[in-house]
Design a protein around this ligand. Structure first.
Ligand SMILES: [Zn+2]
Length: 231
Protein backbone atom coordinates (compact mmCIF):
# COMPACT_ATOMS: atom_id res chain seq x y z
CA UNK A 1 0.00 0.00 0.00
CA UNK A 2 2.73 2.36 1.08
CA UNK A 3 4.82 1.40 -1.96
CA UNK A 4 1.95 1.90 -4.35
CA UNK A 5 1.21 5.35 -2.83
CA UNK A 6 4.80 6.48 -3.31
CA UNK A 7 4.92 5.03 -6.83
CA UNK A 8 1.77 6.74 -8.07
CA UNK A 9 3.01 10.32 -7.62
CA UNK A 10 6.37 9.47 -9.16
CA UNK A 11 4.52 8.05 -12.17
CA UNK A 12 2.54 11.27 -12.47
CA UNK A 13 5.72 13.30 -12.07
CA UNK A 14 7.42 11.52 -14.96
CA UNK A 15 4.38 12.15 -17.18
CA UNK A 16 4.45 15.77 -16.07
CA UNK A 17 8.18 15.90 -16.87
CA UNK A 18 7.53 14.58 -20.37
CA UNK A 19 4.75 17.14 -20.80
CA UNK A 20 7.05 19.90 -19.56
CA UNK A 21 9.80 18.87 -21.99
CA UNK A 22 7.30 18.81 -24.86
CA UNK A 23 6.01 22.25 -23.84
CA UNK A 24 9.56 23.62 -23.54
CA UNK A 25 10.46 22.22 -26.96
CA UNK A 26 7.33 23.81 -28.37
CA UNK A 27 8.18 27.18 -26.84
CA UNK A 28 11.80 26.90 -28.03
CA UNK A 29 10.65 26.00 -31.54
CA UNK A 30 8.22 28.92 -31.61
CA UNK A 31 10.88 31.36 -30.35
CA UNK A 32 13.31 30.04 -32.92
CA UNK A 33 10.81 30.45 -35.71
CA UNK A 34 9.98 34.01 -34.58
CA UNK A 35 13.70 34.87 -34.43
CA UNK A 36 14.22 33.45 -37.92
CA UNK A 37 11.28 35.43 -39.26
CA UNK A 38 12.58 38.58 -37.63
CA UNK A 39 16.15 38.13 -38.88
CA UNK A 40 15.10 37.59 -42.50
CA UNK A 41 14.55 41.19 -43.66
CA UNK A 42 11.23 41.67 -45.41
CA UNK A 43 11.82 42.78 -49.02
CA UNK A 44 11.76 46.56 -49.48
CA UNK A 45 8.51 47.59 -51.14
CA UNK A 46 9.14 48.67 -54.72
CA UNK A 47 8.48 52.37 -55.13
CA UNK A 48 8.01 54.60 -58.16
CA UNK A 49 7.90 58.36 -57.63
CA UNK A 50 7.36 61.40 -59.83
CA UNK A 51 10.84 62.68 -60.77
CA UNK A 52 10.09 66.35 -60.09
CA UNK A 53 8.25 68.11 -57.24
CA UNK A 54 4.58 67.20 -57.59
CA UNK A 55 3.68 70.78 -58.44
CA UNK A 56 5.14 70.15 -61.88
CA UNK A 57 2.77 67.28 -62.59
CA UNK A 58 0.76 69.59 -64.84
CA UNK A 59 3.74 70.79 -66.85
CA UNK A 60 3.98 67.96 -69.36
CA UNK A 61 1.90 66.36 -72.04
CA UNK A 62 2.03 63.38 -74.35
CA UNK A 63 4.76 64.56 -76.72
CA UNK A 64 5.88 61.06 -77.75
CA UNK A 65 6.75 60.98 -81.44
CA UNK A 66 6.65 64.79 -81.80
CA UNK A 67 9.07 66.27 -84.35
CA UNK A 68 12.45 67.15 -82.87
CA UNK A 69 15.85 68.13 -84.30
CA UNK A 70 17.01 64.51 -84.02
CA UNK A 71 13.80 63.01 -85.38
CA UNK A 72 10.77 61.69 -83.54
CA UNK A 73 10.71 62.48 -79.85
CA UNK A 74 11.48 59.38 -77.77
CA UNK A 75 10.43 60.55 -74.35
CA UNK A 76 8.40 62.99 -72.30
CA UNK A 77 9.45 66.56 -71.52
CA UNK A 78 8.50 67.85 -68.08
CA UNK A 79 8.98 71.60 -67.79
CA UNK A 80 10.39 73.17 -64.62
CA UNK A 81 12.83 76.00 -63.87
CA UNK A 82 16.57 75.35 -64.08
CA UNK A 83 17.89 74.09 -60.76
CA UNK A 84 14.77 72.11 -59.77
CA UNK A 85 15.79 68.81 -58.17
CA UNK A 86 15.36 65.65 -60.23
CA UNK A 87 14.71 62.49 -58.22
CA UNK A 88 15.15 58.91 -59.33
CA UNK A 89 11.79 57.35 -60.20
CA UNK A 90 12.92 53.93 -59.01
CA UNK A 91 15.68 52.28 -57.03
CA UNK A 92 18.43 51.23 -59.39
CA UNK A 93 22.00 51.40 -60.59
CA UNK A 94 23.60 54.39 -62.29
CA UNK A 95 24.99 53.92 -65.79
CA UNK A 96 26.19 56.12 -68.62
CA UNK A 97 23.73 56.79 -71.39
CA UNK A 98 24.86 55.63 -74.84
CA UNK A 99 27.15 58.08 -76.58
CA UNK A 100 27.86 60.03 -73.40
CA UNK A 101 31.24 61.32 -72.32
CA UNK A 102 32.86 60.60 -68.95
CA UNK A 103 30.72 63.13 -67.12
CA UNK A 104 27.52 62.15 -68.87
CA UNK A 105 27.56 64.78 -71.63
CA UNK A 106 25.63 63.77 -74.72
CA UNK A 107 25.50 66.10 -77.74
CA UNK A 108 21.72 65.76 -77.90
CA UNK A 109 20.80 65.26 -74.24
CA UNK A 110 23.37 67.53 -72.59
CA UNK A 111 24.23 66.32 -69.10
CA UNK A 112 22.47 63.00 -68.70
CA UNK A 113 22.22 60.09 -66.33
CA UNK A 114 20.70 56.67 -66.82
CA UNK A 115 19.32 54.49 -64.01
CA UNK A 116 18.71 50.78 -64.47
CA UNK A 117 15.67 49.74 -62.40
CA UNK A 118 16.45 47.35 -59.55
CA UNK A 119 12.91 45.96 -59.19
CA UNK A 120 9.67 45.49 -61.07
CA UNK A 121 7.33 48.28 -60.09
CA UNK A 122 4.08 49.04 -61.90
CA UNK A 123 4.79 48.87 -65.63
CA UNK A 124 8.55 49.24 -65.05
CA UNK A 125 10.47 45.96 -65.25
CA UNK A 126 13.69 45.23 -63.44
CA UNK A 127 16.46 46.04 -65.92
CA UNK A 128 14.53 48.81 -67.70
CA UNK A 129 16.53 52.01 -68.04
CA UNK A 130 15.26 55.47 -67.22
CA UNK A 131 17.09 58.29 -68.94
CA UNK A 132 17.19 61.82 -67.49
CA UNK A 133 18.54 64.47 -69.87
CA UNK A 134 19.27 68.22 -70.27
CA UNK A 135 20.39 68.47 -66.64
CA UNK A 136 21.93 71.74 -65.50
CA UNK A 137 25.21 70.12 -64.52
CA UNK A 138 26.78 66.64 -64.39
CA UNK A 139 25.11 64.19 -62.03
CA UNK A 140 26.97 63.79 -58.71
CA UNK A 141 26.57 60.01 -59.13
CA UNK A 142 29.15 57.66 -60.61
CA UNK A 143 28.35 54.70 -62.87
CA UNK A 144 27.74 51.56 -60.82
CA UNK A 145 26.43 53.50 -57.81
CA UNK A 146 23.07 52.37 -56.49
CA UNK A 147 20.28 54.84 -55.81
CA UNK A 148 16.99 54.67 -53.97
CA UNK A 149 13.72 55.83 -55.42
CA UNK A 150 13.33 59.54 -54.63
CA UNK A 151 17.09 60.06 -54.33
CA UNK A 152 18.31 63.31 -55.92
CA UNK A 153 20.20 62.55 -59.12
CA UNK A 154 20.60 66.02 -60.62
CA UNK A 155 18.82 69.26 -61.46
CA UNK A 156 16.70 70.48 -64.34
CA UNK A 157 18.53 72.48 -66.98
CA UNK A 158 18.60 73.41 -70.61
CA UNK A 159 21.82 71.74 -71.73
CA UNK A 160 22.41 69.85 -74.96
CA UNK A 161 22.14 70.08 -78.73
CA UNK A 162 25.81 70.90 -79.14
CA UNK A 163 29.29 70.29 -77.76
CA UNK A 164 29.80 70.11 -74.01
CA UNK A 165 28.60 73.19 -72.19
CA UNK A 166 25.95 74.13 -74.78
CA UNK A 167 22.87 75.47 -73.02
CA UNK A 168 20.02 77.85 -73.59
CA UNK A 169 18.90 76.46 -76.96
CA UNK A 170 15.50 75.60 -75.48
CA UNK A 171 13.45 76.15 -72.35
CA UNK A 172 14.77 74.21 -69.32
CA UNK A 173 13.01 70.88 -68.84
CA UNK A 174 13.59 67.29 -67.86
CA UNK A 175 13.65 64.97 -70.84
CA UNK A 176 12.64 61.57 -69.51
CA UNK A 177 13.31 58.48 -71.59
CA UNK A 178 12.24 54.92 -70.75
CA UNK A 179 13.96 51.99 -72.43
CA UNK A 180 13.11 48.30 -72.15
CA UNK A 181 15.91 46.33 -70.49
CA UNK A 182 17.89 43.79 -72.49
CA UNK A 183 15.72 40.75 -73.13
CA UNK A 184 12.60 42.66 -72.08
CA UNK A 185 11.43 43.45 -75.61
CA UNK A 186 8.65 40.85 -75.52
CA UNK A 187 5.13 41.71 -76.58
CA UNK A 188 4.59 45.30 -77.63
CA UNK A 189 6.64 46.94 -74.87
CA UNK A 190 9.21 48.82 -76.96
CA UNK A 191 7.64 51.47 -79.13
CA UNK A 192 10.82 52.25 -81.07
CA UNK A 193 13.78 50.20 -82.43
CA UNK A 194 15.95 51.69 -79.66
CA UNK A 195 13.76 49.96 -77.07
CA UNK A 196 12.22 53.29 -76.12
CA UNK A 197 8.74 53.29 -74.62
CA UNK A 198 6.42 56.21 -74.05
CA UNK A 199 6.96 57.52 -70.48
CA UNK A 200 3.78 59.64 -70.58
CA UNK A 201 1.35 56.90 -69.40
CA UNK A 202 3.96 55.82 -66.85
CA UNK A 203 4.17 59.32 -65.35
CA UNK A 204 0.38 59.66 -65.29
CA UNK A 205 0.11 56.30 -63.53
CA UNK A 206 2.77 57.28 -60.96
CA UNK A 207 0.73 60.41 -60.22
CA UNK A 208 -2.50 58.47 -59.71
CA UNK A 209 -1.50 55.05 -58.36
CA UNK A 210 -0.77 55.39 -54.66
CA UNK A 211 0.21 51.71 -54.40
CA UNK A 212 3.43 52.70 -56.19
CA UNK A 213 4.22 55.04 -53.28
CA UNK A 214 4.02 53.09 -50.00
CA UNK A 215 3.49 55.18 -46.87
CA UNK A 216 7.01 54.43 -45.62
CA UNK A 217 8.49 56.18 -48.65
CA UNK A 218 5.98 59.03 -48.62
CA UNK A 219 6.71 59.87 -44.99
CA UNK A 220 10.42 60.30 -45.63
CA UNK A 221 11.76 63.50 -44.03
CA UNK A 222 11.67 66.54 -46.21
CA UNK A 223 9.43 65.05 -48.83
CA UNK A 224 6.51 67.36 -48.14
CA UNK A 225 8.61 70.47 -48.50
CA UNK A 226 10.35 69.18 -51.62
CA UNK A 227 7.07 68.20 -53.21
CA UNK A 228 5.80 71.76 -53.06
CA UNK A 229 6.19 73.79 -56.21
CA UNK A 230 8.29 76.86 -55.47
CA UNK A 231 6.39 80.12 -55.97
ZN1 LIG B 1 12.54 65.53 -74.80
Amino acid sequence: MCVSITKKPSGRRSRRDVLAVVLLLGVAFTLGAVTLLRSSEPPEPAVAVFPLPSGYADSYGNDWGAARVQGEHEGTDVFAPAGTSIRSITAGTVSRAWGSSGNGWNNLGGYTVMIEAAQDVGPIKRGDRLYYAHMDEPTPLAPGETVEARQRIGTVGGTGQGPEGTRGKFEPHLHLGWYAGWGLFEGDRPRAPSGAMNPYPLLRRIERDETLRPASAASENGTTALDKKPM
